[in-house]
Every structure is written in C-alpha cells, then in structure tokens.
Design a protein around this ligand. Sequence first.
Ligand SMILES: CC(C)(COP(=O)(O)OP(=O)(O)OC[C@H]1O[C@@H](n2cnc3c(N)ncnc32)[C@H](O)[C@@H]1OP(=O)(O)O)[C@@H](O)C(=O)NCCC(=O)NCCS
Length: 171
Amino acid sequence: MERIPNRLLRATDTHALERMAEAAFANAELIRTTEWAQPDLWFLERQGDAIRGCVGVVWREIVADGVWVRVGGIASLVVVPDARGSGLGKRLLDRALDEIRAMPSVAAGMLLCELNLVPFYQRLGWTRVGGAIRCMQRGTEIDWSGAVMLHAITPSALDHARVLRLNGLPW
Ligand SMILES: CC(C)(COP(=O)(O)OP(=O)(O)OC[C@H]1O[C@@H](n2cnc3c(N)ncnc32)[C@H](O)[C@@H]1OP(=O)(O)O)[C@@H](O)C(=O)NCCC(=O)NCCS
C-alpha cells in the first residue's frame, strides 16, 4: 500500500481519485452535496497503474465541550466495486488508523459518514458519537446531519462530549 502526502499526488492520481469518489457516491446525496476538506495524506492500493482503493487522513484540532482535542480524521474511504468484499476496505482503514495512533497527543480517529455505513464501522470497532457536530459549510457553521464515528486512542473530552466543533470543513 502506498503512503503519499496530498501535495505530492500526481495530477493523474488526483483525477482518478475524483472519478472514484464521483462513482462511489453518485447515489449518496449527503456525501455528494457536502463541501469536504482535502486530506493531508493518502493511502492508495494499486493494481498496476490503477487505483483499487484509497483512504485519506486529515489532521485537525477540534473542540469538545470547549476543550481542544487533536484528532486524526479518516476521509474518502473508497474501494472500487469489483474489489469490494475481500477485506481491502478494512485494510485501508487499519493502515490509516495505524498512522493516526503514531501521531503525538492524538485522542482519537474520527470520521463522518451516512447513516447506512454505521454498521460497517461498528463491525470494525468504531462507536457512534451521540452529541451534536458543528462544521463549516460554504462559510457558515452548520449542524452535520449524518453520523460521526470515533475510534478512541486515549481518554479525552471526546468520550462524553455534548457538542463537537470540527473547526473547519468536514472530512
Ligand atoms: C464501504 C467500503 C469501503 C467497504 O469496502 P470493502 O473492501 O468491501 O470492505 P471489507 O471487505 O474490508 O469489509 C470489512 C467488513 O465490513 C463488512 N461490510 C462491508 N460493507 C458493509 C456495509 N455496507 N455495511 C455493513 N457491513 C459491511 C464486510 O462484510 C466485512 O465484514 P467481515 O470482516 O465480518 O467479513 C466499500 O463498500 C465502498 O467503497 N463503498 C462506497 C464508498 C463508501 O461508502 N465509502 C465509505 C465512506 S464513509
């Protein structure tokens, strides 16, 4: 699996990732219409030149009930349709989480998804956040209407927070 900072992505890979996301989320209204943050880092699984799966990592300081907390965001997890169901999604997620665990002072992995993906992430050890989530969208802070999933790394204010402010675009 390739580890590549976003700023070093080749233009052909950027286009391939955009096309993968467009196809994967064509019927996912919330995902399609949301303005997303760019990942800082990517993990790509290739077969020859073709990307078979990808996941991004976003570094962010968020605020949980007024307390600053560092999280590693998981973004743009996509496996191409003919490679699904063989464990690649789990491997990508595990690799991104390993990267996040290695970050100093990080409290948790965090990701945003549609409600129908909650069972997928729960199966892989993630828990759903109960509190309200605020994030920026087109210059205004809004309430996120999808689900937010957490993978705790160290005990933190995230664990029972009532309001989480993502301090920027969602990922
Ligand atoms: C979600 C996605 C990444 C899963 O990739 P994948 O390679 O098929 O997943 P895996 O084969 O690693 O599956 C891991 C486990 O989750 C289960 N699983 C897979 N998709 C699931 C789903 N939609 N709902 C519930 N469980 C699911 C698998 O059965 C497997 O369980 P097991 O280990 O008990 O057998 C892939 O379906 C995809 O790209 N979907 C479109 C994009 C998307 O929705 N991405 C998530 C954005 S938040």
